[in-house]
Design a protein. Structure first.
Lengths: 110, 315
């Protein structure tokens, strides 16, 4: 199942997210972030639910701080939905729950 | 037959985990209901130096992980759900979650507390965008940047020192002219060359378009306000707020006796005013809210729950 939530690094970010067509969801996490770890199984399940409609990617900000900040990511966990490389919506911190992520995707993707 | 637990525990921090361990070990059919904050407050704490027996490198997450393992080994069941309502009127207590309804002969409330917000304009909008309540989550974004820590207690000062391992400079913003943190912590803090102090001050407003760009601080003695702007090259800075906690007791209002601040009132045996319902950990009226006291509460509550079930329900 986790195969659907693909980890990308900073060299892949441009192609996989910013230049990607269609919807891409990015799960921003870091090594030390326990809430991120707790949330990830839910994101993996959502990746299965939206397979074929949204590409799910996870991105470790620990070694890519500049890139994260360029995306205005300064707190974790943050789950961001992109379309055609543009941020559509995101949920962060306490709002980053399975229900809210599901609702955010459903709202845009249907 | 209906699935009725001997003991249901609401919450999965140290108090809930200790209760699950003691309950399951006493051969009670035990359910622990985890909220969204698995492990409670302590998982966002970097260093746990004052829990007896925890080694120097012990972190909140590692401690919780071992506690969970232990509770699982004894057979405590676990479910993740958000509790929306409870019915404690009957002999069988009913706990209503978003996903399911749970029934139990006894209940331990260990819902804990959540960080108190600074309560200034911009804070909520910029949470996760420079404003944070979790140093272990967000510290590494602020490598070589400036960070402000609001608060002056143990947590504020300890987390400030943790942040100083990453940040260029950490300024503690405190309402009074001296810290409330334990003396041993203060001594370390005053020796830390990266720590600076802004006394008698509070944060008035946090501003920024998408990320924190400036913050207004007010001197509470002179009334003077100053706005701090992010270094141009950094583009942003961090504001970490550690000014205490608020109890997560909203769903128990009117059902369990609370004090004025919203904490649950119990006796020495963790009993609330409702038979068969106990409370443990930070949610309770008490003088010291730490992992060690939470665990003790959990153990006492589970032992008392066992006695209660034994006395009030026939096999």
């Amino acid at each position: 199942m986790s195969a659907l939530l693909v980890e990308i690094d900073k060299d892949q970010f441009q192609a996989e997210v910013l230049e990607a067509e269609g919807y891409v969801l990015v799960d921003y996490f870091s090594d030390g972030c326990v809430p991120c770890k707790a949330l990830m199984p839910d994101v993996e399940e959502l990746a299965a639910k939206y397979e074929g409609k949204v590409a799910f990617r996870k991105f470790n900000t620990s070694s890519a701080r500049r890139l994260a900040i360029s995306q205005k990511i300064l707190g974790l966990p943050t789950i961001t939905l992109y379309k055609g490389g543009q941020k559509v919506e995101e949920v962060t911190k306490d709002d980053a729950t399975r229900e809210n992520i599901d609702a955010m995707i459903a709202k845009h993707v249907g | 037959m209906e699935n009725v637990y001997d003991l249901a525990i609401i919450g999965s921090g140290p108090a809930g985990l200790a209760a699950a361990l003691y309950g399951a070990r006493a051969k009670m059919k035990t359910l622990m209901i985890e909220g969204q904050k698995v492990g409670g407050q302590i998982v966002i704490t970097h260093e746990v130096a004052n829990y007896p027996g925890s080694v120097r490198e012990a972190t909140g997450p590692s401690l919780i992980e071992r506690m969970e393992e232990q509770a699982n080994e004894f057979g405590a069941e676990k479910v993740m759900d958000k509790i929306v309502d409870v019915d404690f009127d009957g002999k069988i207590k009913v706990i209503k979650g978003e996903k399911a309804e749970y029934k139990a002969k006894s209940v331990i409330i260990a819902t804990g507390a959540a960080p108190r917000l600074a309560g200034c304009p911009g804070e909520q909008e910029l949470t996760g965008k420079g404003v944070s309540y979790c140093a272990t989550c967000d510290a590494d974004f602020f490598q070589d940047m400036e960070v402000f820590v609001v608060g002056g207690g143990d947590t504020a000062v300890e987390e400030a020192m943790y942040l100083a391992k990453f940040a260029r400079k950490v300024t503690i913003v405190h309402r009074r002219d001296e810290l409330r943190a334990a003396k041993s912590i203060q001594e370390k803090a005053f020796k830390n060359p990266k720590l600076d102090f802004m006394w008698n001050s509070a944060v008035e407003e946090i501003k920024g378009d998408g990320i924190v760009e400036s913050a207004v601080f007010k001197n509470l003695v002179t009334g003077e306000t100053t706005e701090y702007f992010a270094n141009e090259e950094d583009g942003t800075f961090g504001i970490f707020v550690f000014i205490g906690y608020i109890p997560k007791s909203d769903i128990f209002k009117g059902k369990i006796t609370l004090d004025d601040a919203g904490y649950i009132i119990t006796d020495d045996n963790m009993k609330t005013n409702v038979e068969g319902v106990f409370a443990a950990g930070d949610i309770r009226v008490k003088s010291l809210r730490q992992v060690v006291t939470a665990c003790a509460d959990g153990a006492i509550a589970a032992t008392q729950a066992e006695k209660y079930v034994e006395a009030n329900f026939e096999e």
